[in-house]
Write a protein that binds this ligand. Structure first.
Ligand SMILES: NC(=O)c1ccc[n+]([C@@H]2O[C@H](COP(=O)([O-])OP(=O)(O)OC[C@H]3O[C@@H](n4cnc5c(N)ncnc54)[C@H](OP(=O)(O)O)[C@@H]3O)[C@@H](O)[C@H]2O)c1
Length: 327
């Protein structure tokens, strides 16, 4: 399938941006020492890897947690661990973020919460070397990495704006660069192209960056900011759904090159809490360093094309009363 945007993006790539990314990959995150006492942090996928350590980090600074996880037993264990160690509350909702009905349910429940959500962290993720199709007929990586955050943000817009202050952090990835020539919006589901783990991951992360541009516009002057970040190349539990060869490769090769997840947690805490982020909505960070993402991630026109397609895939009704939404 030919990519019509190849020429456009090719001209926009600058070596200096790639060089900056390579240098940023070596940097440590800024540290924020401020407390976050009695604030509410909602985080998806808090039962393993980056999400788990990040939940501990926020709790250690006094924040209460509401985790959106798929595994009951792991959620109960995390709750006990956090409440005992940090003397804050850690509640959870069980939802499989690859299932549209579950995503809609938790999004509605979050929208009806009485208390303000101070920080919303979209962290849950999955890496699949082989294509999996969900019961909704959607490619799984697209749903977990992209549509779940899209639906939750869409349904929480009004609540967050009414609060007049909130931060949304998209745990994105330098992997968005795997979709180097942009999205195939007519085949987001990988029905017409050969599937690859890296490309589907890259496309889902790119889709998230593109619609961040539009969410950011909708949140302008509302006190809500939305940012995306690469959490470092860190040793987590990712990839467990794949076959033995991938798992062997990860354990014996990849993991040896990866950093500890506490750098991700420090960076996410900084992005969630530091005053320096107050006017940084719509930006991409490599840990805590602001960075230029790949050209397709800044393509506002493509983002506007993606928006109605995402609404349709996500089974969301277009909100005609909200004038800030792209038509
Ligand atoms: N690790 C890295 O180097 C790296 C680099 C760039 C970006 N990231 C991003 O960082 C985020 C966290 O990844 P990680 O590396 O920490 O991976 P991880 O250790 O595998 O953690 C992923 C989390 O997402 C949850 N999850 C997966 N599928 C789900 C579903 N269908 N419904 C609900 N929850 C689901 C997992 O739940 P279970 O505990 O039940 O499995 C787990 O809590 C992802 O968005 C990933 O793309 C990671």
């Amino acid at each position: 399938m030919k990519n019509k945007n190849f020429k456009k993006y090719f001209k926009q790539y600058e070596f200096s941006n790639v060089w900056a990314m390579l240098k940023n990959n070596q940097r440590d995150p800024h540290i924020c020492n401020a407390h976050f006492k009695d604030k509410l942090v909602v985080i998806t996928g808090a039962t393993s890897g980056i999400g788990r350590i990040t939940a501990h980090k926020f709790a250690s600074q006094g924040a209460h947690l509401l985790c959106i996880n798929r595994n009951l037993q792991k959620s109960e264990q995390l709750k006990q661990e956090i409440e005992e160690q940090h003397m804050v509350s850690c509640s959870y909702k069980i939802a499989d973020l690859s299932i549209l009905a579950d995503i809609h349910r938790v999004a509605d429940e979050l929208a009806q919460l009485n208390s303000p959500i101070d920080v919303l962290i979209h962290n849950a993720g999955v890496y699949l070397t082989k294509k999996e199709v969900t019961g909704d007929g959607l490619e799984k990586v697209l749903v977990v990495h992209y549509l779940s955050s899209f639906i939750i943000n869409y349904k929480l817009r009004q609540k967050l704006k009414q609060q007049k202050q909130a931060r949304i952090i998209l745990i994105n990835s330098e992997g968005h660069r795997f979709a180097a020539w942009g999205l195939q919006v007519s085949d987001l589901n990988w029905d017409k192209r050969r599937y690859s783990g890296l490309k589907s991951y890259g496309s889902a992360k790119l889709a998230q960056l593109q619609t961040m541009l539009l969410f950011n516009e909708q949140f302008k002057n509302s006190g809500v900011s939305i940012v995306a970040m690469h959490p470092g190349a860190v040793k987590s539990d990712t990839g467990q759904e794949n076959g033995v060869i991938y798992k062997w490769f990860k354990r014996n090769m990849l993991d040896k090159t990866l950093k500890p997840t506490n750098i991700s947690a420090e960076a996410i805490y900084y992005l969630g809490v530091s005053d320096e982020l107050d006017n940084m909505g719509g930006k991409f960070f490599n840990l805590t360093t602001q960075e230029e993402p790949a050209p397709p991630a800044l393509d506002y026109e493509e983002a506007k094309r993606l928006w109605p397609i995402s609404l349709k895939l996500a089974q969301l009704d277009e909100d005609r009363t909200d004038s800030s939404i792209p038509k």
